[in-house]
Design a protein around this ligand. Structure first.
Ligand SMILES: [Zn+2]
Length: 191
């Protein structure tokens, strides 16, 4: 990449520098949830959207996680990015994370439920455990299930993933769109 940029300064390097400058000058971080947002739009559109659930907050480690969850369309509440995770090895303690901001939001916004959507490594586990202790008694706290990836087979899963998949199991719910054995859909019959 460096060689390409050096060989094509006018067509590659200069436009790239201008784009990066533009991002730095116009983009910022939402003061409420931590999502990336234009500097002219703070709080961000996710925080101010009246159609989203007001009292449910999904806690993630980084703003990039918000974009990934939004792409999935699986969550319709508010977000809160911690901007990292507890990491004694890298000298990151609770005070470096946006934990007190989360506690203030719970009080100020009347949040009733917090969903922890953190990663699955040791530091994320410690962060989830700390948050669980801090939030229990104040709000309902849950953590997203961890388990097999879509399209993944049991034969290729490591023991920790399998153990979490079994721990995070859930009841099978009747899917109305799934055809019954005789070809009918759901419980509605043609007669
Ligand atoms: Zn926001």
């Amino acid at each position: 990449m460096a060689v390409k940029l050096a060989r094509n300064p006018d067509s590659l390097a200069i436009p790239l520098i201008r784009s990066l400058q533009q991002v730095q000058q116009t983009m910022g971080v939402c003061s409420r949830c931590g999502h990336l947002t234009p500097q002219s739009e703070d709080p961000c559109s996710l925080c101010t959207d009246p159609l989203r659930q007001q009292h449910v907050v999904c806690v993630v480690e980084d703003p990039g996680d918000i974009a990934i969850l939004e792409r999935s369309g699986s969550f319709q509440g508010r977000y809160h990015a911690l901007m990292g995770k507890i990491s004694p090895m890298r000298g990151v303690g609770v005070s470096a994370l946006r934990v007190s901001a989360l506690l203030e939001r719970i009080e100020g916004e009347g949040i009733r439920e917090v969903i922890l959507a953190l990663n699955a490594d040791v530091e994320s586990e410690a962060t989830a455990s700390y948050l669980h202790d801090q939030l229990t008694g104040k709000v309902k706290v849950s953590r997203i299930a961890l388990g097999l990836p879509a399209g993944g087979g049991i034969a290729y899963a490591d023991p920790v993933t399998l153990e979490r998949a079994i721990r995070g199991r859930h009841d099978l719910e009747r899917d109305e769109s799934r055809p019954l054995e005789d070809g009918r859909k759901g419980e509605k019959s043609a007669d």
